[in-house]
Design a protein around this ligand. Structure first.
Ligand SMILES: [Zn+2]
Length: 340
């Protein structure tokens, strides 16, 4: 390795987290962070959400990793150090770091050094544990709703009521969409969807309910899909001149869409992925103002392996009785039941 490629580390400082090289279990791993740059902040992490991409990283879904990787990008903590060009009114300014951090250093750890450009101020109304999931699941659903004009005069559908969907329903209700239709394959999400603000529920396995919902949604957010997704059935829910919005990459490189509705009813298909700085801060203020809450289960960071396992067994397989997002807390909070 040439000198110019050598990794520059602050050998006077050690951070510790839960790392993987592409398979479970996560193992305790310590590393020297990069030197604190002029624009950097050092964060004492209090909470970190678990997202599907974290799980794919640590279980090898994105392929093996050449070095131990600490995943976690829905990070909440307190700024304890700041580089000379970072403006902080207080050294204890609370921030969120929303970033899909490349291999090696992430949020399943005690501390993190990162550019201050990734930090957001958490409104005081939002408890720190609840600030984590909005950074990924929240912005992924808030951005397309704003972009496609969800609000009065628009009927919004949300397909899939999990980590993304339970926030999407709350956003759409708070934006005062005329209808908020929750669509699920499972009838046991019916009551929860209503609690989240849905005005209608459609069990997609119930043919009568499905037929009644045909051509009724101006914006339909598709929160997950797989190789068996019936694209014709999805387009059938969308109203003429409406838009079907993909929020997750299909497992297959191409999707087969029956074209007739696109031509005959002017239906569009679009996709959306997270959001920029401005809209992320706006979303946090909106969540505080309109009382939007992720439904979370928190576990101590020392139980990170149990948390990832729980995520795989419940959220991934969609067998969770209630919708939950899982957040690990450095502070060692006890396991809490999902919020009802
Ligand atoms: Zn994420």
């Amino acid at each position: 390795m040439s000198a110019s490629n050598a990794k520059v580390e602050d050998t006077t400082t050690t951070f510790t987290g839960w790392a993987s090289t592409g398979s479970l279990p996560l193992k305790k791993f310590s590393y020297h962070p990069r030197p604190l740059g002029p624009k950097d902040i050092e964060i004492e992490i209090t909470h970190c959400g678990i997202c599907g991409s974290d799980v794919s990283t640590v279980t090898g879904g994105f392929g093996p990793l050449s070095t131990p990787c600490i995943a976690g990008h829905e990070i909440v903590g307190t700024v304890v150090k700041a580089g000379p060009t970072v403006f902080t009114r207080s050294a204890t300014l609370s921030v969120l770091v929303a970033l899909l951090i490349p291999a090696v250093t992430g949020g399943f750890a005690d501390r993190l050094r990162v550019s201050s450009e990734y930090a957001y101020k958490i409104p005081s109304e939002i408890p720190p544990a609840e600030a984590a999931p909005p950074l990924c699941a929240g912005i992924t659903t808030y951005t397309p709703l704003k972009h496609f004009g969800a609000g009065p005069g628009k009927r919004v559908g949300v397909m899939g009521i999990g980590g993304l969907g339970h926030l999407a329903i709350q956003w759409a209700a708070a934006l005062k969409a005329d209808e908020v239709v929750a669509i699920s394959t499972s009838d046991n999400k019916r009551e929860e969807a209503k609690k989240l603000g849905a005005t209608k529920f459609v069990n997609s396995r119930n043919e009568e309910e499905r037929k009644a919902a045909r051509h009724s949604m101006d914006i339909l957010l598709l929160t997950s899909n797989d190789k068996n997704t019936d694209w014709g059935e999805l387009i059938d829910y969308v109203a003429s001149h409406g838009t079907l919005v993909l929020l997750a990459l299909p497992e297959i490189p191409t999707i087969a869409v029956p074209p007739s509705s696109l031509l005959m009813r002017h239906v569009s298909i679009a996709g959306s992925l997270t959001g920029g700085r401005e809209i992320t801060q706006e979303m946090l203020e909106f969540a505080a103002k309109h009382n939007v809450h992720p439904w979370i289960t928190t576990m101590p960071m020392s139980d990170a392996n149990t948390a990832v396992k729980l995520w795989l067994e419940t959220i991934w397989c969609d067998v969770a009785e209630s919708v939950v997002a899982i957040v690990v807390a450095v502070a060692g909070e006890p396991v809490m039941p999902a919020r009802k």
